[in-house]
Design a protein around this ligand. Structure first.
Ligand code: ARG
Length: 574
């Protein structure tokens, strides 16, 4: 719709421009005003006032008249000027057409080809081998999965990568610890916790005996050189870790990554990056280390190779970007918590200086805040790390309790409870501004009221319940014209349906899934007010009943499509 309005303006303003009335063409910005002022508004007349030497009111009035004559598709019932603003009210005819589009396009409604098949890599859920998963991994996986689906729906060719943390000195330490105190039979029963214990133990030992660190480093060197025993153990650690990741993939319901290019994968790709940095004159030796000075960009000094000639995380990230770019990815999204902002800013700047990143949108750090519990931040020292698996399980139990209360006869209760629990967790994360830390209050998360996942899932299931009650298939082929009487409540739902596509467009450009959550919440509220006031299955006028059944079907479809791109399932009964 915004495009359509822009086209109207460019016709009119273009004519004024070629006739010499205008020396510059103003940008037409559209906003979505309060309902009483229509569906779209623009202040372009205010900005034309100076150029034309007329009052904004006068210009707005004239433009409104012209716009109306150019609106040959009759998309607007009213184009009015109010105090220098031009307000557009969408016609009933168009709202009905749009509802029909929802029904015809079904799951595809809201998707677009705007991304033009551009290849985008979304990097998310990057756990570290042999480390337990905690709430932060949930946040990360949820955000990444949503952005993956959102971009895909807008015509980007999205693929995902885990960038598993499986390389570095810490694995030398772990290997050493395993050899010193590890017992396969014990570890095998509960691998990640046991390996983590070993890692903590060896670090404690280092405090009193720093030499141990050297031994650990040596174990890592052996691993790098392909030592058979270390290699085998390391493979075993990786395998155990992948079993653990099932918590995220299958319990939380997150899409498995398309690529498994772990940190170790870049080991042999780093020398070429060093050569390139040297060749481009970017690398400087400083106190035995190899650095890229970034003070000019207020980004400090980037250490690429340490003074002990060890490679750095940053170097690995340079190699990572370049490799993925070589695979044809024109854009890379990094879902990484906010603490790595500086590190990533340095990486991107160097890639820009190297000529790999050409525009800011080529590489984007999607920084997110943390999930916290009402008790406060998690701390491994205080033993308040909340493990991801336990956490998800506790929400699943809560969900089952509620379902047992609300709908004890429901079939497949366990599986619905799982969908509700993961929907609740995901939605809670996604409905907040990404940048803020989130206090995770389990009672709020699982609540069936307010802006929550279960509220939306429940509204969706409720609509399916109404449809079941209506019996038989809903006839979506019947077409309604503007002679049908539409109440204010119905009109509000129709208008909301129309905003879905544009909301998705904004969310895709701004990486703001919370705006999609707000949208869905408003749609559900509009629906619920409608359903409270207006009969559907009880309606005796056959035509009105048929229309309302279409309206609720379209609403359920849009809720379903919106939840889908957030990575959330929408059961038809709960
Ligand atoms: N595994 C890393 C960590 O836990 C995060 C990896 C982020 N990705 C990257 N390309 N640097 O800190």
């Amino acid at each position: 719709m915004k495009q359509y309005i822009h086209a109207l303006f460019s016709d009119i303003l273009g004519k004024m421009y070629t006739a010499g009335k205008l020396s510059v063409l103003p940008v037409v910005e559209l906003s979505v005003p309060d309902a009483q002022f229509g569906d779209y508004a623009t202040n372009v007349a205010l900005r034309l006032a100076k150029q034309l030497g007329q009052s904004p009111q006068e210009i707005a009035e004239k433009l409104a008249v012209e716009l109306k004559s150019f609106d040959i598709q009759h998309r607007f019932s009213e184009i009015a000027s109010v105090g220098g603003f031009i307000n557009f009210t969408v016609s009933k005819e168009f709202l009905l057409q749009n509802m029909k589009a929802v029904l015809d396009q079904g799951e595809l409604y809201g998707s677009s080809v705007a991304g033009q098949g551009k290849k985008v890599l979304v990097e998310y859920f990057q756990p570290n081998v042999a480390k337990p998963l905690h709430l932060g991994h949930i946040s990360n996986a949820v955000v990444g999965d949503a952005l993956f689906h959102i971009l895909k729906s807008q015509g980007y060719k999205t693929e995902s990568d885990t960038h598993l943390g499986d390389w570095g000195t810490q694995f030398g330490l772990l290997l050493l610890a395993y050899k010193k105190y590890g017992d396969f039979n014990i570890i095998e029963k509960n691998p990640i916790d046991e390996l983590n214990k070993l890692y903590v133990q060896i670090n404690t030992e280092i405090e009193s005996n720093p030499e141990i660190r050297e031994q650990g480093k040596q174990e890592f060197v052996k691993l790098e050189q392909g030592d058979t025993e270390n290699r085998k153990l390391w493979e075993q650690f990786r395998e155990w870790s992948w079993q653990e990741y099932d918590i995220i993939y299958s319990q939380l319901g997150v899409r498995k990554a398309d690529h498994d290019w772990p940190e170790s994968f870049y080991e042999d790709k780093m020398p070429a990056v060093i050569d390139e940095l040297k060749q481009k004159g970017l690398l400087i030796e400083s106190q035995g280390a190899q650095i890229v000075p970034l003070e000019d960009y207020k980004l400090g000094t980037a250490v690429v190779i340490k003074s002990d000639s060890g490679t750095t995380y940053l170097l690995r990230d340079l190699a990572t970007y370049i490799y993925r770019q070589q695979q044809g990815f024109e854009k890379q999204l990094y879902i990484i918590d906010v603490r790595q902002q500086h590190q990533l800013a340095q990486t991107f700047k160097i890639l820009e200086l190297m000529g790999h990143i050409k525009a800011p949108q080529d590489a984007v750090h999607i920084a997110y805040g943390f999930l916290k519990l009402p008790e406060g931040a998690m701390s491994s020292r205080k033993g308040t790390i909340i493990q991801a698996g336990e956490f998800i399980k506790s929400v699943q139990e809560k969900a089952l309790e509620i379902i047992n209360e609300k709908n004890p006869d429901l079939k497949d209760k366990e599986s619905v409870a799982k969908q509700v629990a993961s929907g609740a967790i995901k939605y809670f994360q996604l409905s907040h501004n990404l940048k803020s830390d989130i206090v995770f209050d389990p009672a709020k998360v699982i609540s069936f009221e307010g802006n929550t996942g279960p509220y939306l899932q429940y509204t969706h299931a409720r609509i399916h319940g109404i449809k079941r009650k209506a019996g038989g298939e809903i006839d979506i082929s019947q077409i309604f014209d503007d002679k049908i009487t539409i109440s204010e409540q119905e009109s509000a739902v129709l208008r909301k349906l129309m905003q879905f596509q544009e909301t998705l467009e904004t969310v895709t450009i701004e990486y703001t899934p919370n705006l999609l959550c707000n949208y869905l919440f408003e749609l559900a509220q509009n629906f619920n007010s409608f359903y409270q006031a207006i009969p559907v299955t009880q309606e005796t006028d056959e035509q009105l009943k048929a229309f309302r059944l279409q309206l609720i079907t379209a609403t359920a479809q849009v809720i379903n499509n919106g939840l889908y791109v957030l990575g959330i399932q929408a059961p038809e009964e709960m």
